[in-house]
Design a protein around this ligand. Structure first.
Ligand code: PLP
Length: 441
């Protein structure tokens, strides 16, 4: 195995730590979960990242989802460059935001959408709207689902099921967490109990359409439909968070991946990542009557200086228009090839593992058996993953630096990129096995 020298990244990391907490602008990038030095990326093309030391890596992060078509797609770049040349922000309505909204409305159950700049802003705004619409305060979410760093959504389960929650991080007021109920994913009895106890106070339930933030944990058959029905029965809104899955898990998104889309649609949805084409753009949308409660049509206030930015919406539109059936078929086949090879390599090395899929999204759990919720996802051998990760990195594959993340592929992952991943897997699996052996010895 060749350990690739990275003095440039090491120097930049040191300088970054002096001026930025942890040296990064989003915690997982710091490699805290796997140790070592994050690589500072200078450029990216197609499926490949190049770091400041000139090392190349097959990218299995894809900017945590957005880069569906791969990096620096020439046609997307041409449209974005033309948009930049026309000026980068006006603070007025523009044509690209209308076109992108029409595209999203055409491809999803959302009847109307409002643009914002991040997924966090989208979920925060959707929750405010749900509260404003219902006149209620309580929000239900699932442990292991991440919806951005919104106060009400950074809550941890309280002492018992169906009880109100406690702050998940310092800085979240107890009062904000106390309006949130955190439940185990895929647990219908827990959902029923929470709604029976607090139903008349619940404004909304928010869930990832198919969770990807604890690794990929698909909903059990009919689970989303059950959630929607439970909300409807109690006068609460069902929010399907598609920030990660939207235009990514499948062409339609993730909300139908529990196998049941007939007869129901989410009341509100949130989008981000792919729909911004690599720029800061996100959206929330849904039923026209609910969206109609939003200012200036209705009384629920929400606004943003850069919302619907013409460059970001141009990038999103250029991406979505090229996200064809062929693209999703390619993503699906690529995911299958890599997931199967990871399974084979880890099996050969005797490493306990479970590969889970949701459409074109997949992740590898370093533990045995089907993972249905966060408590199960949390039983992983993270030391084994760290060894696996570093072996892959040394061989030129940039995996997410945490065992709880999706391995993202793109339309630009061609045979050469995939072969690089396949070639790296056996040694990485042996490194994981050695780490496990060391832990138990
Ligand atoms: N919702 C989901 C499902 C996400 O995966 C994320 C981010 O990973 C967010 C919301 C927050 O989006 P952002 O990081 O753009 O604020």
């Amino acid at each position: 195995m060749t350990s690739r020298p990275h003095p440039g990244s090491a120097t930049l990391f040191e300088r970054a730590q002096a001026v930025t907490p942890g040296g990064v602008n989003s915690p997982v990038r710091a490699f805290n979960a796997v140790g070592g030095t994050p690589r500072f990326i200078r450029s990216a093309q197609g499926a490949w990242l190049t770091d400041v030391d000139g090392n190349e890596y097959v990218d299995l992060i894809c900017s945590w989802g957005p880069m569906l078509l791969g990096h620096a797609h020439p046609e997307v770049l041409a449209e974005v460059s033309a948009a930049v040349a026309r000026g980068t922000s006006y603070g007025t309505p523009t044509e690209p935001e209308v076109l992108l909204a029409e595209e999203i409305v055409a491809r999803t159950p959302a009847e109307k959408v409002r643009f914002v700049s991040s997924g966090t802003e989208a979920t925060m705004s959707a929750i405010r709207l749900a509260r404003g619409f219902t006149g209620r305060d309580v929000v239900v979410k699932f442990a292991g689902c991440y919806h951005g760093h919104v106060d009400a959504l950074l809550a941890s389960a309280g002492s018992g099921l169906a009880t109100l929650s406690v702050p998940g991080t310092p800085g979240v007021p107890a009062s904000a967490a106390a309006e949130t109920i955190v439940l185990p994913y895929n647990d219908r009895a827990a959902v029923t109990a929470a709604f029976e106890k607090h139903g008349d106070r619940i404004a909304c339930l928010i869930t990832e359409a198919t969770p990807g933030n604890m690794g990929v944990v698909p909903p059990q058959p009919g689970f989303n439909a059950f959630l929607s029905e439970t909300c409807r029965k109690h006068g609460a809104l069902f929010i399907s968070d598609e920030v990660m899955t939207g235009f990514r898990a499948t062409k339609q998104g993730g909300y139908g991946l529990d196998g049941a889309t007939e007869g129901w649609t989410p009341d509100l949805m949130t989008f981000g990542k792919v729909m911004g084409g690599g720029f800061p753009a996100a959206a929330f949308g849904g039923r026209a009557d609910v969206m109609g409660r939003l200012a200036p049509e209705g009384p629920v206030y929400q606004a943003g200086t850069l919302s619907g930015n013409p460059v970001a919406t141009t990038a999103g539109l250029a991406t979505l228009r090229r996200a064809t059936d062929e693209v999703y078929a390619h993503l699906d086949a690529t995911a299958t090839t890599i997931a199967d090879a990871a399974t084979a390599a880890l099996s050969d090395a005797g490493v306990p593992h479970a590969v889970q899929r949701a459409g074109t999204m997949f992740s590898v759990f370093f533990r045995e058996g089907v993972v249905n919720n966060f408590a199960e996802a949390d039983q992983q051998d993270t030391a084994a993953y760290a060894a696996f990760f570093h072996s892959m990195l040394d061989a030129g594959v940039y995996l997410p630096p945490s065992a709880y993340e999706v391995w993202f592929v793109s339309a630009a992952h061609d045979d050469r990129a995939v072969q690089t991943v396949l070639d790296a897997l056996p040694a990485a699996a042996r490194a994981a096995a050695a780490a496990t052996a060391e832990e138990t010895s």
